[in-house]
Write a protein that binds this ligand. Structure first.
Ligand SMILES: [Zn+2]
Length: 462
C-alpha cells in the first residue's frame, strides 16, 4: 500500500514539475486572447528601424562593413533583402584564405529575437572593445580578435522582411513569407514530404523547390560565398542542431560540427539547451530545410540551426510570448548569451578539420596578413582556448532520489501499513481534487488536454 502512496505523491509531484511533463503547465496557462503578449517596440525594433539601424552601423564602419540590397521577383511578388559583409581585418575582394561564416537571421517572421541578435552582432563586430565585453574576458577577447582577422561574414539581418510586415500588422503567429510559404521548407532536400502532423499553416513548402524569391536569393548568395559555416538562427526553443532535419539522426559527416556545439553547450548553457540533429531533437521531422540543403548539396561542413529562445509554457496561440523573450532583462540576457555562443563558435573553429588550416597559416604568415599588426600579434598555433566555467548540470529532482533509495518507505509492520494506506488514499484524493480544480478553472475539455499533450510532444513549429 505504501507503493500506492508513493505513486500518488509521485504523480502529484510530476504534475507540478516543469520539463518533459510540462504539458500540464501549458494547459494550465491557457490565457484569454486579450492577454496574449504583443511586441513591445521599446524593446524590439520595428522592421523599418532595424533595417535603418543595420544601414547606420554599416555606414559608420566603411573599412570593415559593406551593405548590399538584393531583390528577386516572382509573379509580382518581390523579396528585398539586406546583405551585410563584415570583414574585421578590412574589406577585401579575396576571401579564399578566410574562414567564411554565413548567418541567416529572421527567416521566420514571428521570431523577432533572431533579427535583434543579428543587429547586435553587427554592432559588436564594429568595435573590438565591445567584442571583448561580449566575451566577458579580456584575454579571451584579445585572442578572439586575432581569430576574427581570419574571418569574413555574410550576414542577412532579416531574411523574411515581407513576412515581418504581416506580423507587424498584427498576425503574431505568422512565420511564413509574404505569400504564405515557409522558406525553410522550400529547399530541395527531401522537398515536399509531409509527415502525419504536417500543418499547412506552418509548413507550406511552396509549389516546388526554390519557388520562393527569398530561397532563390539565399541560394545565390551562399553559392557565391561558399561558406564554411552556415548558421540559421531561429526561436521557439533553446537548441543547437546539426543535420539532419529530415531524418532522426545526426549525419556522420557532421560529427565534428556536433562536437563544437556540444562544447558550446557545456561551456555556456544549462541542460535546457538541446543539442543534436534537428530531426531527432525538435520532436518532428522537417523536409526541405535550408540547413539540410547547405550540408548535403553545398557541402558546408559546419551547417547549423540555432534556436535561441522559447517559452515552452506559453499558450500555443500566444505566439509572441512563445517565440520571443518579453521583458527588457530577458531580451538582453538572450542576446548576450547567444552572442557569447556565436563568439565561442568562432573560438572553436580552429578545432574543425575543414577550417583549421586557415587559422594555422595565420601564425606562420602573420606578417602578410594585411592587418595593421597590433603589437601583440604573437598568436599561438595551437589554439588553446581557456575553458570557461562549465554550467552545472541540472540537479536530479530530490524526490526521485528519495524514492529510489528509501527502503524506509516500505512498511515493516501492519501498523505502518495502515498509516501508508491512509496516506496513499489521501494523496490520491488530493490529486483528484486538484485535477477537478484545474479543469474547472481553465476549462479545457479532456480532449483539449490530450491535444495540448500532443502539441507538447511535438513542440512548437520552430
Ligand atoms: Zn523558426
Amino acid at each position: 500500500m505504501g507503493g500506492v502512496a508513493a505513486a500518488g505523491w509521485l504523480v502529484l509531484f510530476l504534475l507540478l514539475q516543469e520539463g518533459p511533463l510540462a504539458f500540464s503547465s501549458r494547459a494550465l496557462l491557457r490565457l484569454n486572447p486579450k492577454d496574449y503578449a504583443k511586441p513591445d517596440y521599446t524593446l524590439y525594433h520595428q522592421k523599418s528601424s532595424i533595417l535603418q539601424a543595420v544601414q547606420d552601423t554599416v555606414n559608420a564602419n566603411p573599412r570593415t562593413m559593406k551593405l548590399e540590397t538584393v531583390q528577386e521577383e516572382d509573379k509580382k511578388y518581390t523579396s528585398t533583402m539586406q546583405v551585410v559583409t563584415v570583414e574585421p581585418a578590412g574589406l577585401s575582394s579575396d576571401h579564399a584564405s578566410k574562414a567564411r561564416i554565413f548567418i541567416d537571421y529572421g527567416e521566420h517572421a514571428r521570431e523577432f529575437i533572431s533579427a535583434e541578435l543579428g543587429l547586435r552582432l553587427l554592432q559588436v563586430l564594429a568595435d573590438p572593445a565591445a567584442v571583448i565585453k561580449a566575451v566577458g574576458d579580456e584575454q579571451r577577447g584579445q585572442h578572439l580578435i586575432t581569430l576574427l582577422d581570419r574571418v569574413v561574414f555574410t550576414i542577412l539581418p532579416m531574411e523574411n522582411a515581407n513576412g515581418r510586415d504581416t506580423v507587424e500588422r498584427g498576425q503574431l503567429c505568422e512565420r511564413k513569407n509574404g505569400r504564405g510559404v515557409d522558406t525553410n521548407r522550400n529547399w530541395s532536400v527531401d522537398w515536399g514530404k509531409k509527415e502525419k502532423d504536417y500543418s499547412a499553416a506552418e509548413e507550406n513548402p511552396g509549389t516546388g523547390p526554390f519557388s520562393e524569391p527569398e530561397t532563390q536569393l539565399v541560394l545565390e548568395l551562399v553559392r557565391a560565398f561558399q561558406p564554411h559555416v552556415w548558421l540559421n538562427v531561429h526561436s521557439g526553443m533553446e537548441a543547437m542542431f546539426v543535420p539532419w532535419d529530415h531524418q532522426s539522426k545526426v549525419a556522420p559527416e557532421a560529427s565534428e560540427a556536433l562536437k563544437i556545439i556540444q562544447t558550446i553547450k557545456r561551456d555556456l548553457f544549462t541542460s535546457k539547451c538541446v543539442v543534436g540533429s534537428g530531426g531527432k531533437s525538435v520532436g518532428y521531422l522537417a523536409h526541405g530545410t535550408a540547413t539540410d540543403y547547405m550540408f548535403q548539396e553545398l557541402k558546408v561542413p559546419l551547417s547549423y540551426t540555432w534556436e535561441i529562445y522559447g517559452d515552452l509554457k506559453a499558450d500555443s496561440n500566444d505566439c509572441f510570448r512563445m517565440f520571443n523573450p518579453i521583458g527588457r532583462k530577458e531580451v538582453e540576457a538572450t542576446i548576450e548569451l547567444w552572442l557569447k555562443a556565436t563568439f565561442r563558435l568562432i573560438e572553436l573553429l580552429p578545432s574543425h578539420p575543414a577550417v583549421s588550416s586557415i587559422f594555422q597559416s595565420h601564425s606562420s604568415s602573420s606578417s602578410d596578413s594585411g592587418r595593421n599588426g597590433s603589437g601583440s600579434s604573437s598568436s599561438s598555433q595551437s589554439v588553446s582556448i581557456p575553458s570557461v566555467q562549465a554550467a552545472p548540470f541540472a540537479a536530479v529532482p530530490p524526490l526521485a532520489t528519495e524514492i529510489s533509495s528509501s527502503s524506509a518507505m516500505y512498511p515493516s509492520n501492519s501498523a505502518q501499513a495502515w498509516k501508508y494506506a491512509f496516506l496513499g488514499c489521501a494523496g490520491m484524493g488530493m490529486l483528484g481534487f486538484l485535477v477537478v480544480r484545474v479543469f474547472k478553472r481553465t476549462g479545457p475539455s479532456p480532449r483539449g488536454l490530450v491535444k495540448s499533450l500532443e502539441e507538447s510532444k511535438r513542440g512548437a513549429w520552430v
